[in-house]
Design a binder for this molecule. Structure first.
Ligand code: HEC
Length: 169
């Protein structure tokens, strides 16, 4: 782990990590930090990052769906949202390092299967990458009917992963 900036430290401190936990995290000893009560009570930064990433994915998808349901879908809004979804989909593999699952005492909706079935998880992630690639192409072509049909495929790729890798909501 690189030496965190003062801004990082401030953010982590705001997340409620104690100085001891912080020191362990900085030393790259996340596992040991997990043994302290404080670390179990507060989400590790990567869990916050991935949950924020998924929220952004959901927000972009909602924007696209809302636009498509409106009388006059605005491609100037849909195209960048599709690009953002594609970017985020490609980042998913970075969001699940060892030590950040429920089996490590971390509070998360991710299931242990993310780590025990990495091939299945990667396949589910790739399905979303593929679906969002096509979403971008349809947006670039201004193909409203195509987009309306394809958002169902995108939605199914979200659900396909959630069914196997996320705790039931
Ligand atoms: C490859 C697997 C995978 C795919 C694909 C996927 N998700 Fe998720 N999603 C997860 C996991 C795992 C979590 C739980 C993360 C956690 O709690 O640490 C999650 C959590 C979420 C959350 C809750 C975030 C929070 O904590 O507030 C939202 C919203 C979400 N996903 C939306 C989506 C949308 C929308 C799509 C499709 C466009 C999608 N996801 C595709 C695996 C996936």
């Amino acid at each position: 782990m690189s030496v965190p900036s003062l801004a990082d430290l401030t953010v982590r401190a705001r997340l409620g990590l104690t100085a001891v936990t912080l020191a362990l995290l900085v030393a790259g000893c996340g596992q040991q930090a997990g043994e302290t009560e404080t670390a179990e009570a507060s989400a590790p930064p990567i869990v916050v990052e991935r949950q924020e990433g998924y929220k952004a994915l959901g927000a972009s998808f909602k924007l696209i769906n809302d636009q498509l349901k409106s009388g006059s879908p605005d491609m100037a809004q849909i195209a960048p949202a599709a690009e953002r979804m594609h970017d985020l989909a490609q980042q998913i593999p970075n969001w699940f390092p060892a030590g950040s699952g429920p089996q490590d005492g971390v509070k998360t909706d991710a299931l242990e299967t993310v780590w025990t079935n990495p091939e299945g998880f990667a396949a589910a992630q790739q399905r979303l990458v593929g679906a969002t690639t096509e979403l971008q192409q349809l947006a670039a072509a201004g193909d409203v009917a195509g987009l309306q049909a394809h958002v169902r495929v995108v939605g199914a790729s979200c659900g396909g992963c959630h069914d196997n890798f996320r705790a039931e909501q």
